[in-house]
Design a protein around this ligand. Structure first.
Ligand code: NDP
Ligand code: ZN
Length: 353
């Protein structure tokens, strides 16, 4: 079968011909419809994040998928039904995180991630998965369902942010999203209708499709080359919630400056090593004296996928159309991974509806 993967020693996506998988007991055989590409896939290609499945000299990419059940194989699923798979799988032996239904809380050494770390991904004509890691979705979400995985990461991050303020009356009114990549834009669309004002930070010149989307959502575009994250309270206003999706490590610490009293910053970006100077004392004091919180958040569990499946139905159609910029067949993998400022969410389509 056709699969898009990366081979040992290469940093390029390659169309591979690999054996189709056979489902084990409790696993369904799935036919892949669409798989989204995101920043993490590029990190996997570059070899800065994740790793190959043990014993294999290639890794099939892709963790944002919509598949159709080809063979339920004795599971509760129905043939022909669409599903979105979750990303994390237990290592050889299960552990407390998986037993608790919280694989998203496992440290990297206690989980595998399909398409990212130690397990093949979903960019293949056929994939298998235990039924318990599959979220059924209605047919009408099949084309946009690749956005459910990234949106589930936001559902989790927001859950952590809100639960860190659980005992308080905390309703963020001013929100700052750092990053105008797919994750930043999806998050902006999810939170904007619930807040008084939203800001989204990028580093692009106009005209740019992401800036158009930010403004059409009713948010303010902030250019980080003109206004740093630390300057946002002076130039605009302090914010209640910062959602970091740039992977730019300075933003983690500048977030503390951008927050008003009681504010929460939630960090999702995955930076490489970078040594730089910060005034640790001032940041520590600011966190304490103004009751601020800084949280990290990675991945998501079934509950967050279910929440994202609800949220996606509330996003405006024009937004979904404009964020899903490109669809390529697997044979054009190289072009699909080429990137470019006119691209937001690129999708590989294995089987058209
Ligand atoms: P992208 O790389 O597509 O998006 C990052 C965006 O941030 C880009 O649009 C980039 O701008 C912008 N950016 C980077 N540095 C700056 C800066 N200094 N000032 C302003 N804008 C900046 O990634 P995704 O949207 O897919 O994901 C965002 C981050 O979150 C990545 O680091 C990814 O690895 C991580 N991630 C984490 C998850 C988690 O569970 N924790 C889940 C999914 C992703 P430009 O395009 O102009 O360069
Ligand atoms: Zn993703």
């Amino acid at each position: 079968m056709k699969a898009i993967g990366v081979e040992q020693g290469s940093a390029e996506p390659t169309l591979l011909d690999v054996p189709a998988p056979t489902p084990d007991d409790g696993e369904a055989l799935l036919r892949t419809h669409r798989v989204g590409i995101d920043g993490t896939d590029f990190e996997v290609l570059e070899g800065t994040h994740g790793g190959f499945p043990a014993g294999d000299d290639y890794q099939i990419l892709g963790h944002e998928a919509v598949c159709m059940v080809e063979d339920p194989n004795g599971t509760q699923l129905d043939r022909g039904q669409f599903v979105v798979p979750t990303v994390r799988r237990p290592p050889a032996e299960s552990n407390e995180y998986f037993d608790r239904g919280e694989p998203d809380m496992a440290p990297p050494e206690d989980c595998l991630e399909r398409g990212i770390d130690g397990a093949h991904g979903f960019m293949a004509e056929y994939v298998t998965s235990p039924a318990e890691y599959l979220i059924p979705i209605p047919n009408e979400l099949a084309d946009v369902g690749v956005l459910i995985e990234p949106m589930s990461n936001t559902a989790k991050a927001l859950e952590l942010a809100f639960s860190s303020r659980g005992v308080l009356e905390w309703e963020p009114e001013r929100v700052l999203v750092l990053g105008n990549g797919p994750l930043g834009l999806l998050t902006l669309a999810m939170v904007q209708p619930t807040v008084e004002h939203a800001y989204c930070l990028g580093r692009r010149d106009r005209p740019d499709p992401t800036i158009d989307i930010i403004e059409e959502l009713g948010a303010t575009y902030v250019d980080s080359r003109e206004t740093s994250v630390s300057e946002i309270p002076d130039v605009y206003e302090p914010v209640d919630l910062v959602y970091e999706a740039t992977g730019y490590a300075r933003h983690a610490y500048d977030t503390i400056d951008a927050l008003g009293p009681g504010g929460v910053g939630v960090l999702l970006g995955l930076p490489n090593d970078w040594t730089f100077e910060i005034d640790g004392g001032a940041l520590h004091r600011e966190l304490v004296l103004k009751n601020k919180a800084l949280l990290g958040s990675v991945n998501s569990n079934l509950r967050h996928f279910e929440s994202a499946r609800e949220s996606i139905t509330t996003l405006p159609e024009w937004f979904l159309d404009r964020i899903m910029t490109d669809v390529f067949p697997p044979e054009r993998a190289e072009e699909a991974f080429a990137g470019g400022d006119d691209r937001i969410k690129t999708v590989i389509e294995f089987e058209a509806l």
